[in-house]
Design a protein around this ligand. Structure first.
Ligand code: SF4
Length: 265
């Protein structure tokens, strides 16, 4: 859904035409950072609070995740040098933020920033019945028209007795609270939990853990979410895939096959 709305043409090329898509360094690095932060929270949940131990474990898991991605994508003919780097070339980073940059700086800086932020806040993870600590919680949300939206909730914490959501971004802050609103709706419909507040934690790859202000998620009613997702579904059925050249082109996995990519400035 997010891909369709970020750039319909990307959705069309990747999922309808099935154009061979180039692995995206920021996408792989984002998953790697999630793997590392997940390890941090699993250890914290068991009572481990030594930041050096947390960082070491997160780094080990992240290194393993990078190597696994390299093996998997190389086997498909995509050596790391061919992966899509992030951002425009600069004198400092002539090819943008490539895998080398993420391995040397982006990923380690993310993990340090996350560990420091967790040690500072020491928020308590919520417990999901029959699942455990609320880390990467899978869900299926049903819209009013019966469309299914699948996803994973990064974290649910309990602060002063109140449930709050957290989504972790190694890069920029999202432009809306929709993703968190969907998570709140999934928890409401799936567990009967009333979660009205959420946060994005972002900027990690540059060594910062920036937290948004508390975001009011009550604006995301089932009706509003259903309208959004059901309209997206209708666009697919009607074959409407609007291209959206711009910032997204700098990390787009199918840009080499896209006639609109040259328009990005
Ligand atoms: S290169 Fe840009 S316009 Fe083309 S598909 Fe990718 S994001 Fe869309």
């Amino acid at each position: 859904m997010s891909q369709l709305r970020r750039c319909g043409w990307q959705y069309f090329l990747e999922r309808i035409v099935r154009t061979p898509s180039r692995p995206s360094v920021p996408a792989v690095a984002g998953q790697v950072v999630h793997t590392g932060t997940e390890q941090v929270d699993r250890l914290l949940h068991t009572g481990q609070t030594d930041p050096r131990v947390l960082l070491q474990a997160a780094s080990t898991d992240a290194d393993a995740a990078v190597q696994a991605a390299i093996v998997e994508k190389s086997a498909a003919g995509w050596e790391p040098s061919k992966w899509k780097a992030f951002g425009r070339a600069t004198a400092e980073k002539p090819v943008g933020e490539d895998l080398q940059w993420f391995q040397a700086q982006g990923i380690p800086q993310s993990l340090v920033a996350y560990v420091e932020w967790r040690m500072e806040t020491m928020w308590t993870l919520a417990e999901i019945p029959h699942f455990g600590a609320a880390i990467e919680v899978p869900f299926v949300y049903y819209t009013n028209s019966g469309n299914q939206v699948h996803g994973w909730i990064d974290r649910v914490f309990v602060i002063d007795g109140e449930l709050v959501l957290l989504d972790i971004k190694s890069g920029q802050k999202p432009k809306t609270s929709e993703q968190l609103g969907l998570y709140a709706a999934a928890l409401r419909n799936g567990l009967g939990w009333n979660v009205t507040t959420g946060y994005f934690l972002y900027g990690l790859k540059h060594g910062e853990a920036k937290l948004t202000k508390p975001l009011d998620l009550t604006v995301w009613s089932d009706e509003r979410l259903s309208r959004l997702y059901d309209m997206s579904s209708q666009a697919i059925e009607a074959g409407i895939y609007l291209p959206n050249p711009g910032e997204a082109c700098w990390s787009c996995s199918v840009s080499q096959h896209c006639e609109f990519s040259q328009a990005a400035i």
